[in-house]
Design a protein around this ligand. Structure first.
Ligand code: ATP
Length: 579
């Protein structure tokens, strides 16, 4: 086994005993078909056609006749359990693969996600893994039973030929083998290529679909239905063409094998006539030939399934082999309760080629409430994302309590930070559970206190049908932007972390809510190191210190009223705000 397929062998390990049992049953079913059925056909026919010369008793005849259903019963039962056991293993393995891929996705860095499309990832975790399990099922079912069926058939043919001194027949059969393997190999190659194209096209379709679902408001607001339709249509066409190409090759082996099989039978007819072979021997030989060719056909089908799913294996393997999230130093220092001192030394960072932050040097004492202002794209959000190591610096060092964050245990570092992003995501769960995400294990009362502090309690009780037990809906579509932000703030209150990051977390609040929340924020920021990325200057009233960003650098740093005197950019930003 080669390439990406090999990397998935460990998934079979836990099921090795069941697989071996399934294979053993497959081997019995295959042997019963290839060897047993032709043998008994010959035996039964010989008895019946000899009956003019020999008088058999009725019980003997019944006994002989029962051999055929008997061998089919053995074949049926063992074949059934072979398929059942292997299929269940396949289903379990599919579950394991999906769980493992999902687990891996939780450890992948944000940068990795930014280079990929949600739709394509969905298609990999749902569609490609299904393809993979089908390939393994085919190998486990058809690949085993029919290998033994063909071996049984060939053994039977060899025995017949030896008994009847008709070795020539086997030679003829052998001569046919290259005829079978050459097209199979060629078709397999085509299937591998086309299979990858189909999986990629499926990913593309899934991308278009998720984009359309995410942008449902924009599609209606800008009348983009026609554009969306034609984009999706194009993806559908791509998938259609790839599927048709795949089907062309996928359906080719069956007639090809049948033609070869019938040719073999014709050859054997001629040979049987010339060699004067009796009907009983011929019927046994015919059955053995049928089962041998039939098993070739099914093995080819299984092989083709494996070939066409190689693309799926490759696509899933790309996820599994991607490097993990920023590495937490194994055995790194665990921050239990940080004081909250934050420093950056000569920090440089770039998402791509262009530097986003350069030469950042700053020391923030514990308990400082620090505002970040600057023109759009200046690097404010990027600056705060370096603290929880959403990204690692390209140069320089980020320090928390004097420790380089790269030397700290990642989970413990993040546990010391409450981060409220620009567009907080609420999960499709109750309001209460969404707040509890801030500190799993907190009580209902603590969550309600946090909601009160975030000025969210009133709207939760009066506007939501089941209060705290209302399901917020996918992406909290039923809540306003301000309500979502207040729930996100409630989470941060509940987290009670020494470092708090508010990335324009109050931008969607109306003036009244903002006034209400101002007091709450005053309480929230007390005793913590806080970074507030702010567009509203009113938010800066809370700040002891403001960092002014411009094109990736800190160009001014000081108390808000000092900056009004010393920084032209700060004054400019302020006047734009108050206009
Ligand atoms: P704003 O006030 O508009 O939110 P900002 O000062 O917070 O801006 P950042 O979000 O830090 O600015 O972005 C700084 C620069 O980095 C911008 O040019 C932006 O396009 C780029 N950038 C931000 N996030 C990414 C990303 N995930 N991948 C690539 N580039 C990014």
């Amino acid at each position: 086994m080669s390439g990406p397929l090999k990397n998935f062998l460990p998934f079979l390990k836990p099921y090795m005993r069941r697989i071996l049992l399934g294979m053993l049953l497959g081997c019995i079913a295959g042997g019963a078909s290839g060897l047993g059925v032709p043998f008994f056909i010959q035996k039964v026919f010989k008895t019946i056609f000899d009956s003019q010369n020999t008088a058999y008793s009725l019980p003997y005849l019944i006994g002989i006749a029962a051999c055929l259903p008997g061998i089919f019963l053995l074949r049926g039962v063992t074949g059934y359990y072979n398929q059942f056991i292997i299929t269940v293993v396949g289903i379990r393995m599919l579950q394991d693969v999906r769980a493992k891929v999902f687990d891996k996705m939780q450890r992948l860095p944000l940068k990795w996600y930014e280079q990929r499309h949600t739709g394509d990832l969905l298609s990999r975790i749902v569609g490609d893994t299904t393809q993979m399990s089908q390939a393994l099922l085919s190998m486990g079912n058809d690949g085993v039973q029919y290998v033994f069926q063909s071996i049984g058939g060939i053994i039977y043919l060899v025995i017949l030929s030896v008994q009847n001194s008709e070795a020539m027949f086997i030679l003829l059969l052998m001569a046919m083998t290259p005829l079978m393997t050459w097209p199979v190999r060629w078709i397999g190659k085509q299937l591998k290529k086309r299979g990858r194209e189909v999986q990629d096209a499926l990913g593309g379709m899934s991308e278009a679909l998720t984009e359309n679902l995410h942008g449902s408001v924009e599609v209606r607001a800008f009348n983009l239905q026609d554009r969306e339709r034609s984009l999706f249509r194009a993806k559908l066409d791509q998938f259609l063409h790839a599927s048709i190409k795949l089907t062309r090759y996928d359906k080719l082996p069956q007639p090809l094998m049948e033609i070869i099989a019938v040719s073999l039978l014709s050859v054997s007819f001629v040979y049987a006539y010339r060699a004067g072979i009796g009907f009983d021997v011929f019927s046994g030989m015919g059955a053995a030939l049928y089962f041998t060719v039939d098993s070739f056909k099914r093995m080819v089908r299984a092989w083709n399934q494996v070939q066409r799913s190689q693309g799926a294996f490759e696509r899933v393997e790309q996820i599994m082999s991607a490097p993990d999230d920023v590495e937490g130093t194994p055995g790194g220092l665990k921050l239990e309760k940080a004081a909250g001192a934050v420093a950056m030394r000569e920090v440089g960072f770039a998402y791509g080629e262009e530097p986003t932050l350069r030469g950042i040097c700053v020391d923030i004492a514990p308990g400082t409430v620090c505002g970040l202002v600057g023109p759009s794209g200046a690097g404010k959000s990027t600056f705060v994302k370096l603290l929880p190591r959403f990204y690692d610096v390209n140069s320089g060092t980020v320090l928390v309590d004097g420790h380089d964050v790269r030397g700290l245990d990642l989970a413990s570092l993040r546990s010391q930070i409450a981060y409220v992003p620009q567009s907080p995501v609420l999960f499709n769960d109750t309001v209460l559970n969404n707040i509890l995400l801030g500190r799993p294990g907190a009580t209902r009362e603590e969550a309600i206190d946090a909601a009160r502090a975030a000025n969210a309690d009133e709207f939760i009780r009066t506007r939501l049908p089941q209060g705290y037990d209302t399901i917020v809906g996918e992406n909290a579509g039923r809540l306003s932007g301000g309500q979502r932000q207040r729930l996100a703030l409630a989470r941060a209150f509940l987290r009670d972390a020494p470092i708090l990051i508010l990335d324009e977390a109050t931008s969607a609040l109306d003036s009244e809510s903002e006034a209400h929340i101002h007091n709450a924020l005053e309480r929230l920021v007390k005793g913590r190191t806080v970074f507030i990325v702010a567009h509203r200057f009113s938010t800066l009233k809370l700040c002891d210190r403001v960092l002014v960003f411009d094109r990736g650098s800190i160009v001014a740093d000081g108390k808000p009223d000092e900056l009004m005197k010393s920084s032209g950019l700060y004054r400019q930003l302020h006047s734009l705000q108050t206009l």
